[in-house]
Design a protein around this ligand. Structure first.
Ligand SMILES: [Zn+2]
Length: 345
């Protein structure tokens, strides 16, 4: 089969387009003929060996988010037949540890990820456990389907499961142009919140408003954006901050929080080490949360919205599979709004 694979971690030139053997199909696996796979920052970290992402076997095929058609299924698989249109939840959980049995499988002690621990979607075929496979409606293109799983699962987990976002609350979504930022804007609006969001260009802010964002701030023109957030909230600050950037925005974000406000972080694209004003945290009654993804219940909730057409995948650009290196460079250059998708031949 055709695939883009890597033989070691490194710069974009390690991405190699060529032939790889078709994966084997275990008794509880589904072999998927991949039609589209979407990039995440996790792909960059895994390719480059950044932020502690270690790959332990090569050649390796990246790609956490993917959609396609069922080719064939293992003997124990129930509910899928050849030709079914599907997308994949990238998280493989043990199902047995304390976290898994208590419904908090995002904390599974033996968690693995498709595209990281096992081969992923930068290929014509991928074999995945059938419990990770979800049917998609006919009207959804494979490109759009592939752009949904990781970012919406994360956004749902952060906004709903962890932060219990309520209608009417003010939420600040950092990095409107990122995949997870654009998904969070759509979900927060669906949940009835007022959305304030940031981006580095007016073009991205216009697109954020198209998704429903109520207020937008250009952080290049307004680096001390906390003053603007305070203005927009009558001096109070926001109820909730959804952040995937980390250190570079921490200081300003802290100033944006309302008394009793909560901040949930799900990424460190802007650095992972900062100082914390502990006195302010307790005196202002703040809640600071980390979220490393979502759980199966979060994913099921997202899939309901997919079937009802209440959320959409936000695609910035598509590339052919052999241009994966160009897609990685585009993501690192941040000239994107939403997801970058690879079309599989
Ligand atoms: Zn587990």
């Amino acid at each position: 089969m055709k695939a883009t694979y890597i033989n070691r971690q490194g710069d974009v030139d390690v991405l190699t387009y060529g032939d790889m053997p078709e994966p084997s199909v275990g008794s509880s696996d589904v072999l998927i003929r991949v039609r589209a796979t979407a990039l995440n920052h996790l792909d960059i970290f895994a390719r480059a060996g950044r932020n502690g992402v270690v790959l332990d076997r090569f050649p390796h095929i990246l790609g956490c988010d993917l959609a396609g058609e069922v080719d064939r299924v293992g003997a124990e698989v129930d509910g899928f037949v050849s030709g079914d249109r599907v997308l994949v939840d990238y998280s493989i959980r043990c199902g047995r540890c304390e976290a898994c049995v208590s419904g908090r499988d995002q904390l599974c002690i033996d968690s693995r990820s498709i595209g990281i621990s096992v081969n992923g979607g930068y290929a014509q075929y991928v074999s995945v456990p059938w419990t990770n496979v979800h049917a998609i409606p006919e009207r959804l293109s494979f490109e759009e389907a592939a752009s949904i799983p990781l970012v919406y699962k994360t956004a749902w987990h952060c906004l709903v499961t962890r932060c219990n976002l309520k209608p009417g609350e003010d939420v600040l979504v950092m990095a409107a142009g990122s995949g997870v930022g654009s998904a969070a804007i759509c979900l927060a609006k669906l949940l009835g919140a007022r959305v304030i969001t940031t981006a580095g260009t007016d073009e991205k802010l216009a697109k954020a408003r198209d998704l429903g964002a109520d207020e937008t701030i250009n952080y290049i023109d307004t680096p001390l954006y906390s003053s603007r957030v305070r203005e927009l909230t009558g001096g109070k600050g926001v109820d909730l901050i959804f952040d995937s950037i980390g250190a570079s925005v921490w200081e300003q974000n802290f100033k944006c929080l309302k008394l009793g406000g909560r901040l949930v972080n799900c990424g460190v694209t802007g650095g992972h080490r900062t100082a914390l004003r502990i006195g302010q945290m307790f005196a202002r009654g703040l809640t600071l949360m980390g979220a490393s993804g979502g759980n199966r219940a979060d994913f099921d909730s997202v899939m309901k919205l997919v079937w009802r057409g209440q959320i959409r995948g936000i695609i910035s650009h598509t590339f052919p599979l052999e241009a994966a290196a160009e897609a990685h460079m585009t993501m690192e250059g941040r000239k994107v709004f939403g997801k970058l998708v690879l079309r599989i031949p």
